[in-house]
Design a protein around this ligand. Sequence first.
Ligand code: ATP
Length: 245
Amino acid sequence: MSPRTTDESNDTTFDDEETGDALDEGSEDGDTAIVLRGSRLSKSYGSAFPFTTATTVLERIDIELRRREITGIVGANGSGKSTLLKILAGIAAADSGTVERNGTVGWCPQSSRLYERLTIRETFELFGAGHGLADSVIENKTNELAEKLDFVSDLDTLIEDLSGGNRQKANLGISLVHEPDILLLDEPYTGFDWETYLAFWELTDELKTAGTGIAIVSHLLRKRDRFDCVYKLEDGGIRRNDRDE
Ligand SMILES: Nc1ncnc2c1ncn2[C@@H]1O[C@H](COP(=O)(O)OP(=O)(O)OP(=O)(O)O)[C@@H](O)[C@H]1O
């Protein structure tokens, strides 16, 4: 992304790491500096049918994601969680509002968007190269994530032949290959067995300790105390609860 680009058509502005210094002001502690901030984000989807109105999904949403914090984003089905995450990741544009970033972003979509005819290993090579990583770095990262998320035996399996859970492991692993500063995960543990679910939390705790900020979208948070703060989307608005509230 180019430094401070403005999409004239929809009044959404993006700052990247070169212009993100302003994000550090306002954070009390560099350890938990804001790495991604969305301000006054609004989004409506037009109707495909005549004489029906557009659906407003997000209305002037404010959200901050910090380093070394795990943030939950919850809400009922259709409340706009995936839409918000896509806007924060830069995959979709808001109708209005601002997204500021101070670091690299990893995005794990709700449904994997992987090439069916590649193996997991080839998929890592493709995405790693896309991030400009050297072959040896990609290989090490692939092996490390395969070990942690338990898909070593599937590394040379085609994506189209994977079970739902193993496809989701690959989907999650890919979002981590470039060691992003902020990780945006949309329903990341859907389809995981219990062992993998526990391995997922072990991995997120390690990432958090290393300084990564993590946002997890879910319609259901099984354990509230795993999260430093939780945002709830409802009726287009958002409400924030910190751990000690
Ligand atoms: N591309 C689109 N075009 C039109 N409407 C859309 C589009 N994407 C999402 N929507 C609508 O926007 C609303 C919010 O969808 P979104 O997927 O963001 O919600 P969600 O909270 O992630 O839902 P879920 O928990 O079911 O995954 C829904 O009513 C959905 O139908």
